[in-house]
Design a protein around this ligand. Structure first.
Ligand code: GAR
Length: 224
């Protein structure tokens, strides 16, 4: 019997690419039934690009474009050309404009290093420390034009320890980002999640609180 084609994932990256690597590793291990069809970067020197074969990488220097819209339009055309089912921002550090978001809305995911709605934007780890938070973490959400404000699908939490620096906390969060992103990608490629207005549907039912990654790396219902 002919095999049905694998769901196609495009990944947007800006730097190191450890979250991209987690997706690549899950596909290699057979735990993520998907194909990465393109990796796109706003920076020519993003180390993430080394993690996939050269044929899959696309990079431009976003700063050399006349406007955000001009870069986004070229990026969107390149992403669309690989016909992705899902577009995953995995350490993509540039704000996506409204036109890009509209083009991929509903299949555009982002991982953000905070327990949203806390700490949208930058310096999330330092801000959690400054606020004396006892816990911190990461969120995967649908992308909407407003920065880091889309509906959250799932979160992973880590403790904040006395004496933590922002770097120490960032490293602890990164360890849970990888299984979190893979777990949400598994739901996405299985067709189990959808964006419905400001609500996430899981298996067709509204999700009133984000899923939570438990210590076994499994997504479980969240509690408020
Ligand atoms: C990750 O911590 C990711 O959550 C964050 O950038 C890092 C990228 O690491 N993303 C954002 O801050 C987006 N607002 P990586 O390149 O090793 O995956």
């Amino acid at each position: 019997m002919p095999q049905s084609p694998l769901p196609r994932i495009a990944v947007l990256v800006s730097g190191r690419g450890s979250n991209l690597q987690a997706l690549v590793d899950a596909i290699t291990a057979g735990t993520l039934a998907a194909e990465i069809v393109g990796v796109f970067s706003d920076r020519l020197d993003a180390a993430a690009l080394q993690r996939v074969p050269p044929g899959l990488g696309w990079s431009r220097d976003a700063k050399s474009y006349a406007s955000r819209e001009a870069f986004d339009a070229e990026l969107a055309d390149a992403v669309a050309a690989c016909a992705p089912d899902w577009v995953v921002c995995a350490g993509y550090l540039r704000i996506l404009g409204a036109a890009f978001v509209a083009r991929f809305r509903g299949r555009l995911l982002n991982i953000h290093p905070s327990l949203l709605p806390k700490y949208r934007g930058l310096r999330t780890h330092a801000r959690a420390l400054e606020a004396d938070d006892r816990e911190h973490g990461a969120s995967v959400h649908f992308v909407i034009p407003e920065l880091d404000a889309g509906t959250v699908i799932a979160q992973a939490t880590v403790p904040v320890h006395a004496g933590d620096s922002a770097d120490m906390l960032s490293a602890r969060v990164l360890q849970v980002e990888h299984p979190l992103l893979v777990a949400v990608a598994q739901l996405a490629v299985a067709g189990r999640i959808a964006e419905h207005g400001a609500t996430v549907l899981l298996d067709g039912h509204p999700l009133f609180t984000p899923l939570r990654l438990d210590s076994a790396g499994t997504l479980v219902p969240g509690t408020k």
